[in-house]
Structures are given as C-alpha cells and as structure tokens.
Design a protein around this ligand. Structure first.
Ligand code: C5P
Length: 301
C-alpha cells in the first residue's frame, strides 16, 4: 500500500505473513532448503516513510517500535548495514545506478525473530517505495528478482497476492485465492528464534507432504477441514530449540480454535478462529496469561 505524501516523500504500509503450511523436502547445495509453503498476508503492518536526499548512501533515520514490549524488540533491530531496509535500499541504488539518496523512517509493529517475515516485508516495501521515490520505473518482476537476493520471503511481498504457495527457496510463487477472510489470534512469546538455526536442525521429509489439499479446502471455504490440514515441518525443531513454542502448542490445543500452528521458523504461534469476535476474545484471554505480544488479525483482502 503506497501513498505519495509529496514529491519528495512517500509512505508504504507492509503486512506480516503467516505460514499455514510449510514442508521442507531437501537440503540444497547452496545451503538453503527446498520447500513448499502456503503464506497469507495479515493486517499487522509496518510503515516506512521514504524522503528523497540529493545524494549519498541511504540512511535509516529513525525507527520506532509501536507495540508492547518494544524495548526488547527495538534492542534487537539492527540499525546499521545489517538492517534489511538498508540492504534493500543500497542494492536498488547500486543496481539502478541512482545518484540520489534517501532517508527512511521505520515504524515497526511486526515483532522480530517471530516467523512473521517483518524484515522481509520491510525490504520489499523499501524496493517499492524507492522505485517510486527515485522514479526508476522498474517492473514488479524486476523488483522480485532483486528481492530474492535479499531473502527467501521477500519476493512473496512483491507478488501482489495476499495468499500464495511458494516453492524453491520460497521465491517461486503461485497465487492462491481464499474463499473467505481468515481470522487469527497470534502469540509471539518473549523468546525469538534464528531462521538459519531452525532450518539447520530440521530433517527434510523422506516423503514430502503437499499443500494442495489445504489449498483446495481454503478455495472451497471449508475451514473445518483446513484446520486439520495446517502443517509446519519446522515446528518440531523449533520446539526443541525453544520451550516456549512447545508450551504454546499445548496452550492452543486447549482453546476452541479451528486449528493451530507455529508460523514459519517461529516463535509466533497462531490459532485459526471462527470469526473476528472470537479472535479478539481469545486475544484478550491470552494477553492476561502470556508474556509476549498477542494480536487478533485477519487475512488481507
Ligand atoms: O533467505 P533468508 O535470508 O530469509 O534465510 C535465512 C536463513 O534461513 C538462510 O540463511 C538459511 O539458513 C535458512 N533458509 C533455508 N532454506 C530456505 C529459506 C531459508 O535453509 N528455503
């Protein structure tokens, strides 16, 4: 969602994602894993504001964490060249041969190290925002190619699809149509996990499962069936690395949700709810019993 504020400034709001299915089928020679995942965007957004500078390296001028427990998360957010926003800006500036610079203000709501792809979403938003601010005219497919160099989840956020099955490293995208909006309650426990560490501890499947059945259920709007088809191969290694994930699984098993799962490489855990009222009610209940962050969200339309 891009808004031009004035000729020198634009703003992009960019969503978190949940993985409703994630299978790991092989370890690749390049160190990545071959996977099949179903991702949906949800209405938990970071906002990035881009202001044109006449020259120089792009800078991350300010970043604010707008959620509770923001002290813990902002301490973890790298503000130097390791920040994916700066990596994206520098990559675009170099590849497009741009002489202009930019200042970026980042308003973060998506928790870090959560399996919600906040960093990847921010990187995608940076490519979109600076493509406009610097008037480069690159196509979405050109931006996706650059995005894939920044991270496996980045191309999904440049696919103009609110749900998709992603394969390969994550960069081969097949959009999926959802029959109805999906409602979720998400808990991000205090602990986070490193994506690389979780993948390293994962044993690829001998006989990989497919997302096809789940996609069919969602296409038909059969949420009862979809709830039984949620699956994440990274759940077991994540539980071994982080007790809080296993505790959340046990906790969600007691809730009246349609289904529940860890998202991505964790540590966020979500329940698929019957409707928005139930998601909000459960969020209130979980906030009073769980340290960490709790969100009631729905799939983007
Ligand atoms: O691509 P991205 O930088 O987000 O990935 C972070 C880490 O997660 C990689 O360095 C790799 O260890 C692991 N990964 C993987 N296979 C994938 C995606 C990520 O092994 N398909």
């Amino acid at each position: 969602m891009l808004r031009q504020l004035h000729s020198d400034c634009c703003e992009v709001s960019t969503p978190a994602k949940l993985n409703l299915f994630l299978e790991v089928s092989a370890r690749r020679p390049d160190g990545y894993h071959e996977l099949e995942t179903l991702m949906v965007t949800v209405n938990l957004f970071d906002t990035l504001r881009f202001t044109r500078a006449q020259s120089g390296e792009p800078t991350l001028r300010n970043h604010w964490c707008l959620t509770r427990q923001h002290h813990a998360t902002s301490a973890m957010l790298p503000s130097g060249p390791d920040n994916l926003v700066l990596k994206a800006a520098t990559l675009l500036q170099r590849e497009a041969g741009v002489a202009l610079g930019a200042h970026v203000d980042l308003f973060k709501r998506i928790p870090l190290a959560a399996g919600l792809a906040g960093g990847s979403s921010d990187a995608a938003a940076t490519l979109v925002g600076l493509n406009r601010l610097w008037e480069l005219g690159l196509s979405m497919s050109e931006l996706r190619e650059l995005g894939a160099r920044l991270g496996s989840d980045v191309p999904f956020f440049l696919a103009e699809a609110n749900a998709a099955v992603c394969r390969g490293r994550g960069e081969i995208i097949e959009p999926v149509r959802l029959a109805t909006a999906l409602h979720f309650v998400i808990v991000k426990p205090a602990a986070g996990l490193s994506t690389a560490q979780v993948f390293q501890s994962c044993h690829p499947a001998q006989t990989p499962k497919s997302a096809a059945e789940l996609v069919r259920s969602l296409h038909r709007g059969d949420l009862g069936r979809a709830g039984t088809q949620l699956f994440n191969r990274l759940g077991t290694p994540a539980e071994k690395l982080c007790d809080q994930v296993a505790q959340l699984r046990d906790c969600f098993a007691e809730l009246p949700v349609i289904g529940h799962l860890m998202s991505g490489s964790g540590t966020s855990y979500f329940g698929l709810c019957h409707n928005s009222q139930q998601a909000r009610r459960l969020a209130g209940r979980l906030r009073s019993t769980h340290p960490g962050q709790v969100f009631a969200v729905q799939s983007c339309v």
